[in-house]
Design a protein. Sequence first.
Length: 310
Amino acid sequence: MTIRGVPRRRSHRPAVPPPRPARPVASPPAPDGPARPSGLRLLRFLAAICALCGLAAFPASSVFDVHSVTVRGNHNVPTVAILRRAGIAPGVSAFRVNAAAIRLRLLEDVRIADASISLTFPRALVVTVRERDPAAALVVADGYVLLGADGIALARTPSPGLALPLEVDSLALPWVQIGSSVPSSEARFGAGVAAALPPTLRPAVVGLRVDQDDEIVLQTKDGVAVKVGGADRLDQRLALVPEVLAAVRARGIRAEYVDLRVPGNVIVKPIPAQPAAQGSAPAGAPPPAPVAAPAPIGVPSSGHAAAGEH
């Protein structure tokens, strides 16, 4: 008798995958040398702190203090006033010198036209100023007051220097403050005229006066006074003065004054002739001629026709 076996059913369960091999773990590299002590890190940290502290204190070190401050170019503005306005003095740190700010402070003084600051690091500081050129030296009781072209009082001096002396008839100044406009319209007018003299005329003029009628009288090196009048068309008459003086000299006239106030005429008053000493005239000599009155003269190529010529 034959016995057959019963066939086994196949299982539908998935086969269990084989376990994956574990990845090898890399071992840390072996140190090249012996382990560094932790105290070294602390030393580095302390060194960095010290370096930062030194850097912060570097500008304040006395090594960089300015040892000398020199002011150049000033004639009327005192050195003490310049340093006070600039706000600098020996001992200040070179790192605190702001040249642009110092220049702006100096230009606030109306007597200073320009300024520059140079530092020879870190020891020497040089302040160079260019003062405003005075146009006139107003004559006052105790000397002169230098005036700019706009009538600003620049300084008090015992002498006019290179400025044109300016006299104002019946001048009465209640006060004079350096750096402010002089309280006299006549003085301000005279200073403006002094600054506006043509270059061809300025060397011949040694003084200027504003008379009671607010008219300008020029005093020349030849001793001739030139009356040029008031502000109306004054520039035209000033431009005529050199040519008029040349014509007077060419005619050999010793003039006391020249008057340009009459339009179209130049009036000249000769200096009176000195009479001869009594008894010195030879017998039969004619008597001295009478002094001529002011007379108009013609000026060549001036464009102003004269009434006559004497």
